[in-house]
Design a protein around this ligand. Structure first.
Ligand SMILES: Cc1cc2nc3c(=O)[nH]c(=O)nc-3n(C[C@H](O)[C@H](O)[C@H](O)COP(=O)(O)OP(=O)(O)OC[C@H]3O[C@@H](n4cnc5c(N)ncnc54)[C@H](O)[C@@H]3O)c2cc1C
Length: 406
């Protein structure tokens, strides 16, 4: 029987792998964190998540990350729903309704790339984290006592890394999940989403830093990020049959923006990309000593900003359980509870809510649209209903529900 090093092998230095590694290292556990990207290309990843909900800010704060992120982000207490069809605001929700529920009654608009940059600096500085950049995880095996991961290291050589557990923070294409033969059930939307990044001050038109915009023909999202230069991200659905190059030609992007907000002057378009949206949850989050967290376990539409947030919640939940096992305060059955809790959240909250969010924005039936909008307006205007709504969107409800799962 091989002897295993007392450490956790974490694959992937995305927000999930980094938050998990920091939480473990700060509790005196040893971590080997494996990341395919290197210092030369780590910050060249495409724009993705950026809205950080209050419940997640509490977790960042616990691992010392919040104070690094706040100066790089925008504090956004209010978010809006708009009706693009009628060019009017439907409802404004103000997180200050949660002032007695959290120290962070706002979302922080701070992009994933800034989060991983700051968390990576902390990981590099932590003596309990053995960081392997430029190292591609290839496969793994496990027995009752430990795991062995095979990687191709920065010099291009095959190497093995052993430990007590392996956690996949590799993202949606998780090799760990595939090697374990875990099904990733769900569906993929036909239409790809077009993301356009623009330097323009949308607040002059009454928009908040974060806006969900419904339209039967072309729903949209509009989010503000701190610069320099300050940028706004605008999302649009696209024709599933359209050619990718045709959708992202500069003149097409300009026309798209002018259709959204006719200013008569060209927009300063900083970038664009197209992405495919999946709604999937892994059948299992754990097999023996191999555990899935974040996008490796669940992927969802970004409408509602729940993917990275719920992934960070996985990371902190899992960290507490691995810490308790290592300290002898719990047995391995707590890992089954991790699966029960976080899989429930992925299905009943993240999937359900993001599917509802997209349906709400894209609804074509005018009577249903009107009913939905009236309900949103009523909810925002009633303090008790607004607080309940915000406890759900700020992800506290999902955490409370998970806590009640034995
Ligand atoms: C346009 C868009 C907007 C979004 N907006 C939001 C939002 O506002 N809020 C929100 O909560 N979520 C949002 N999401 C979702 C969010 O980006 C993801 O849920 C989140 O990044 C998942 O984090 P992760 O750490 O699990 O995986 P990832 O972020 O995918 O990180 C995986 C890491 O693993 C590394 N890796 C992969 N394979 C290997 C390997 N074989 N060996 C070594 N390393 C490997 C990768 O290089 C990467 O660093 C958005 C997504 C998109 C596409």
């Amino acid at each position: 029987m091989p002897s295993y090093t007392d450490r956790i092998v974490v694959i992937g230095a995305g927000p999930v792998g980094l938050c998990l590694s920091l939480a473990l290292a700060q509790a005196d556990l040893k971590v080997c964190l494996v990341e395919a990207l290197g210092d030369d290309n780590f910050l060249e990843q495409v724009p993705r998540a950026g809205t950080n909900h209050p419940a997640t800010l509490e977790m960042y704060d616990r691992i010392g990350l919040y104070e690094k992120l706040e100066p790089r982000g925008i504090i956004a207490p209010v978010f809006h729903y708009w009706d693009r069809h009628e060019t009017r605001r439907i409802a404004a929700f103000d997180h200050s309704a949660l002032k007695d529920d959290t120290r962070f009654p706002y979302v922080l608009q701070c992009e994933r790339i800034k989060i991983v940059e700051e968390a990576m600096k902390m990981a590099k500085a932590h003596p309990n984290i053995d960081l392997r950049l430029n190292t591609e995880f290839v496969s793994f095996e496990q027995d009752a006592d430990g795991v062995i991961a095979r990687v191709v290291n920065a010099d291009g050589h095959e190497e093995t890394i052993d430990g007590r557990y392996i956690v996949s923070g590799e993202g949606a294409r998780s090799i760990v999940r595939k090697e374990l033969g875990i099904a990733f059930e769900g569906f993929t939307y036909d239409d790809r989403t077009l993301n356009i990044e623009v330097a323009y001050d949308f607040t002059q038109h009454g928009y908040a830093h974060r806006n969900y915009i419904s339209d039967p023909d072309e729903w949209s999202n509009l989010f503000h990020w701190k610069g320099p230069p300050d940028r706004w991200r605008v999302h649009f659905p696209t024709d599933p049959k359209a050619d990718e190059n045709a959708l992202t030609r500069p003149e097409v992007l300009q026309a798209q923006m002018q259709k959204f907000l006719p200013t008569g002057k060209p927009f300063d378009i900083i970038g664009s990309n197209l992405y495919v949206v999946h709604q999937r949850v892994a059948d299992k989050f754990r097999v023996g000593r191999a555990i899935l967290a974040g996008d490796s376990a669940h992927v969802n539409s970004p409408i509602g900003a729940m993917g990275m947030n719920s992934g960070v919640h996985d990371a902190i939940n899992l960290a507490d359980k691995l810490i308790a096992i290592t300290r002898g305060e719990a047995d391995e059955s707590v890992l089954d509870r991790y699966e029960r809790q976080r899989r429930h959240v992925a299905i009943a909250h993240t999937q359900a809510q993001t599917i509802r969010n997209k349906r709400l924005l894209a609804e074509r039936d005018l009577a249903v649209r009107k009913r939905n909008h009236n309900e949103l307006r009523r909810t925002a205007e009633d303090p008790a209903l607004a607080r309940k709504f915000l406890l759900r969107t700020a992800l506290f409800e999902s955490l409370r529900e998970a806590e009640a799962i034995a």
